[in-house]
Design a protein around this ligand. Structure first.
Ligand code: PSU
Ligand code: MN
Length: 301
């Protein structure tokens, strides 16, 4: 069922490091034509750390683990590329549809193919106004039952961050700050909330992964949160102002469901003169590099 690229298959067979990358950020999280450049750049960053990148997407009904240049271009530029959460995988496969995978769908496919380390920008989570909309990303529930290590810059700041942290605690998902005791704020280095565990090297992360396996029990993810460097973060004052406007525009235009996240991200890019895009990219770049180093430490074990 899964189409695993030759390069990824060989790396897995030889126990060499592999890093899974999601594709929703490319198809629906970044503007064209920058999105394709970024997709290529992220794969290059994984290679720089000595690991093999495996970007994941569904093309013509087939889930792909590892894309070639032409396939990456389809994800970036093809009109009609859907956004697929994990619940959308089966209908997409049955219909022969093409779609980009969110964190939940990517993590499920990656784990199914035997990958252990995954890098992204920010996770989905609990939206503000949850009490009215009950909008909580399927990312959380899936990570609560999938044994994968996700490197991210926290959750998108468009979300209710403390509620999301609480949900992760309730669901039993381990969260560790990389070199920090603070939970990062995606575009910002610090969300204002603490984390309970701090890890300071790829080897320490790999040791936690081995401890998870040794303890056995129900599978769940390890979320490693890696802050964007302070000198590359979005100006916190600008962030607060534009985010407030974006949330109001979203409500005023009646945007709901899957469309909420892309709407808010796009609003932020357009109303910060691209500064949110730069901070977003700085965060993702750092996460991808760290994931490369963690997968190398994991492979050495
Ligand atoms: N973070 C970004 N850009 C994105 C996403 C996260 O900077 O496009 C995507 C991820 O794929 C994440 C998804 O899994 O948004 C969550 O969407 P939703 O809130 O609809 O579950
Ligand atoms: Mn949602």
């Amino acid at each position: 069922m899964l189409v695993v690229s030759e390069e990824v298959r060989e790396a897995l067979a030889a126990r060499r490091p592999v890093v899974a990358l999601e594709s929703t950020i490319i198809a629906h999280g970044l503007p064209r034509p920058r999105n394709l450049q970024v997709a290529l750049e992220l794969e290059e960053a994984v290679r720089d750390e000595g690991a093999v990148p495996a970007t994941i997407a569904v093309l013509d009904g087939r889930p792909h683990i590892g894309l070639d240049g032409e396939q990456l271009e389809r994800v970036a530029n093809e009109d009609g590329i859907r956004k697929l959460g994990h619940r959308d995988l089966a209908p997409a496969v049955a219909a022969g549809a093409s779609g980009a995978t969110t964190v939940s769908a990517t993590a499920r496919l990656a784990a199914g193919a035997g990958l252990r380390v995954f890098a992204t920008g920010g996770l989905g989570g609990v939206h503000r106004e949850w009490t009215a909309t009950q909008d909580e990303s399927a990312d959380l529930g899936l990570l609560a039952r999938t044994g994968i290590t996700v490197v991210c810059a926290g959750v998108k700041s468009i979300l209710d961050v403390p509620a999301t942290l609480q949900r992760l605690e309730t669901l039993g998902v381990t969260v560790a700050g990389y070199g920090t005791a603070r939970f990062p704020g995606f575009y910002l280095s610090d969300s204002g909330h603490p984390v309970d565990w701090t890890l300071s090297s790829p080897e320490q992360v790999a040791r936690v992964m081995r401890a998870q396996d040794a303890l056995a029990g129900p599978e769940s993810a390890l979320i490693v949160v890696n802050p964007v460097p302070e000198d590359e973060q979005l100006d916190p004052v600008l962030h607060a102002r534009v985010l407030d406007e974006a949330l109001r525009a979203c409500a005023a235009e009646g945007v709901t469901g899957q469309a909420v996240t892309p709407f808010l991200l796009d609003h932020l890019v357009r109303h910060t003169d691209g500064a949110s895009l730069e901070a977003n990219l700085a965060a993702v770049r750092g996460n991808v590099r760290l994931a490369g180093r963690i997968s190398a430490a994991w492979a050495r074990g």
